[in-house]
Every structure is written in structure tokens, then in C-alpha cells.
Ligand binder design. Structure first.
Ligand SMILES: *Cc1c(COP(=O)(O)O)cnc(C)c1O
Length: 369
């Protein structure tokens, strides 16, 4: 028997979530599959929706080339555009769309001799202050690109800093900064919404959305413990999101620990009563967070919790109330019964990071048509 730590990837759930995202927003939707599809496998996820998707978004040319080599022919947007001028010929050859987010990129783009004009997404910094042109320089940047021989067309875009927090006024402020800065421009298309905006900010809807995390079944709004309001927005929607990844393993050892004994590195769990402890073949080298002590976990379909220190290859679960559990019992670390958001909360992080960190485990793909 090989090691039982497995990431089951349900591509039918991925396709379902893409349809939910697109239907909620109502416009066209770029499926964001950067960082190897948030750790799920970019090629497999892309292939599962290749027939119906409007396009994909990735972080860089290398990620786009991987999709092209796998036969993906739909548009692919490079979310950070190029990092140096030398990438431009390959960007054209691979038929990618580019974000331009800084004046240095625009200068290189306008000076380049391109074999074909490119689709440009011109990014504004409407308040996140990471990348994007300042609202005051946006119009001039737009005018320098519009009508230039290297520009096929321009989509106006911006990105939200706080869309996962429905109580923050920041998203409304970003929308209004954006709208004011573009009102005199002659543009065709706009793109603002990431997953959180699709789920919580209908004011941000326009031609294109850019859903990422929701395609993988994690809801960024309910991940935010502050956000009670968000829960109603999402639960009112008839089709909820489905977890795409189920990270699972098995119990490989059982210990009967007496009151007063401790377990694992650092002995951070001290039994205050006699305790049955299960050892699971999954650890932080698989991407399960070392800081997730106390997180929920399901054993044979019953919820219990992680106890003691997560180690590199193994972790402990409390089996005291799950008397039927035995060697070989199924353990779900996250998936349908245990939400990745809850594990992330226990570990002080977000589901995005959990998914991106999954490694070493076997990946098993399933697609029910
Ligand atoms: C990653 C990314 C997205 C997707 O964000 P989610 O929160 O995963 O939906 C959308 N737009 C841009 C610019 C991004 O970098």
C-alpha cells in the first residue's frame, strides 16, 4: 500500500463553480488559474472548462505557455503582463493578452516592434496601492495606447483590496475613484470583480469578471469571520459553491493516552482525561499547516479536531468520541465535510494559501460529466 495522503480534485465541481460565478456576475468570466490553479493543477482545471470558458488568467508567461502546450486555445491574460521586453515576442507567439500596470511597461510596449497587435488590459490603482496606474495618469496612459499600432483593444481594469469585507467602505470608494477617472474615456470593456466582488458587490459588475478562489469552492466572504452579512448573500444564491479539492488520508496508528500524558513534539497536548489519539499520514510537508492545532477534521464522516503539534509527515486527531474509528479509517483534512476556510482560520491564514501549499501527496482527478 502506498502512502494514503491524496488530494482528490473534482473537476466537475470546478466546472459547476465556474458556471455559478459567471451566472452571478452576468458578464464574461476569466477563470483565474494562476499558481498551478491555486494548487489544484492548472492544466486539468483549464481543460475541464475549455469548451465553455471565456478565457483564463495566469500570473506570467511561463504559466500561459504551460496551458498552450497542453492544447488550451482560449484567450489567456497575463495578470502582471511582462517583466522584461524580451518576453514580448513569445507573448505574441502564444497569443496572450497582457495587463499593463505601470508606466515602464507602457513605455516598453509602445516602443516594441510587435508581429501582431496585443489585447491590453490597462490596470488602474483605484486604492489598493499595489500595482496599477494612478487615477490621475490613467487617461494619458489610455490615450497613448488607444489607436497605437501595437494595441488591438483595451479593457479597463482595477482590483479590490477589501472586497471580502462587506462592512468596509473601501470597495465603494475604489469603484467611485475608478468611475470618475474613466468617465471621459471612450472605452468598450471594463473588468473589476474578483471572487469576493462577484459574491458580495453587484455594484462592481460590468463586462468581465475574474473569479479565482470561488472556482475552487472556497467562499472568500464566509472565510471572513467579521462577515455575518456575507453569509446571507451567499446562502440566498440557489447554487452554492462546491469544494473542488478533498485532501484526505488515513489513520495509521492509534494510541490510548492516559490522563496527564502528552503527545508529539513539544508535548503541547496534555490529556486532561483518558484520550484516544489517532495518528494520520499527513503533515506540514504535504501542505497541512503546522499552526492548525485545534482545526476541525473528519474521521469516517465524523467531525473531531487536530490535537498536539502537526509534524512533517503525521498529525494527531482526537478519536475519544469516535469509538468505531480504526487503523485505515478515512480522514478528511478539508473538502466537503471540513471547510478549508475553517482549517485556514484555525491556522491564521486563508484557504488560498492552504491550496497553494499542497504538495507531495498524490493528486487524483475525477470528472463526472
Ligand atoms: C488573483 C487575482 C484574481 C482572482 O482573485 P480571487 O480572490 O481568487 O477571486 C483576480 N484579479 C487579479 C488581478 C488577481 O491577481
Amino acid at each position: 500500500m502506498s502512502r494514503p495522503a491524496i488530494a482528490h480534485i473534482r473537476l466537475d465541481a470546478f466546472r459547476h463553480n465556474y458556471r455559478v460565478a459567471k451566472a452571478m456576475h452576468g458578464g464574461k468570466a476569466l477563470a483565474v488559474v494562476k499558481a498551478n490553479g491555486y494548487g489544484h493543477g492548472a492544466v486539468q482545471c483549464a481543460q475541464a472548462i475549455a469548451n465553455e470558458v471565456d478565457g483564463f488568467a495566469v500570473a506570467c508567461l511561463e504559466e500561459a505557455v504551460e496551458l498552450r502546450q497542453a492544447g488550451i486555445s482560449k484567450p489567456i491574460l497575463l495578470l502582471e503582463g511582462f517583466f522584461e521586453a524580451a518576453e514580448l515576442p513569445e507573448i505574441v507567439a502564444n497569443n496572450c493578452w497582457i495587463v499593463l500596470h505601470a508606466q515602464w511597461q507602457i513605455d516598453i510596449f509602445l516602443a516594441a516592434k510587435l508581429a501582431k497587435p496585443l489585447h491590453v488590459w490597462l490596470k488602474m490603482d483605484s486604492g489598493m496601492h499595489r500595482v496599477g496606474l494612478a487615477p490621475a495618469s490613467y487617461q494619458q496612459a489610455f490615450n497613448s495606447l488607444a489607436g497605437h499600432a501595437n494595441t488591438a483593444n483595451i479593457v479597463l481594469m482595477s482590483h479590490f483590496a477589501n472586497a471580502d469585507n462587506l462592512k468596509s467602505i473601501h470597495t465603494k470608494q475604489q469603484i467611485s475613484v475608478f468611475q470618475q477617472a474613466v468617465q471621459t474615456l471612450k472605452f468598450d470593456e471594463v473588468s473589476l470583480a474578483n471572487s469576493a466582488a462577484i459574491l458580495g458587490w453587484p455594484q462592481s459588475y460590468n463586462h468581465w469578471s475574474r473569479p479565482g478562489i470561488m472556482l475552487y469552492g472556497a467562499d472568500p466572504l464566509t472565510a471572513n469571520a467579521l462577515n455575518q452579512l456575507a453569509k446571507t448573500v451567499v446562502s440566498e444564491h440557489p447554487q452554492s459553491l462546491r469544494a473542488v479539492m478533498q485532501l484526505s488520508s488515513k489513520i495509521i496508528s492509534i494510541r490510548n493516552i492516559q490522563k496527564g500524558e502528552s503527545i508529539g513534539y513539544g508535548s503541547i497536548f496534555n490529556a486532561d482525561k483518558d484520550t484516544i489519539v489517532g495518528v494520520v499520514a499527513c503533515g506540514y510537508a504535504d501542505g497541512y499547516p503546522r499552526s492548525a492545532t485545534g482545526a476541525p477534521v473528519a474521521v469516517d464522516g465524523r467531525i473531531t479536531k487536530i490535537i498536539g503539534r502537526v509534524s512533517m509527515d503525521m498529525l494527531f486527531v482526537d478519536l475519544t468520541d469516535i469509538t468505531a474509528a480504526d487503523i485505515g479509517s478515512d480522514v478528511e483534512l478539508w473538502g466537503d465535510q471540513v471547510s478549508a476556510n475553517d482549517v485556514a482560520n484555525a491556522a491564521g491564514t486563508i484557504a488560498y494559501e492552504l491550496f497553494c501549499n499542497v504538495k507531495r501527496v498524490q493528486f487524483s482527478y475525477r470528472d463526472k460529466q
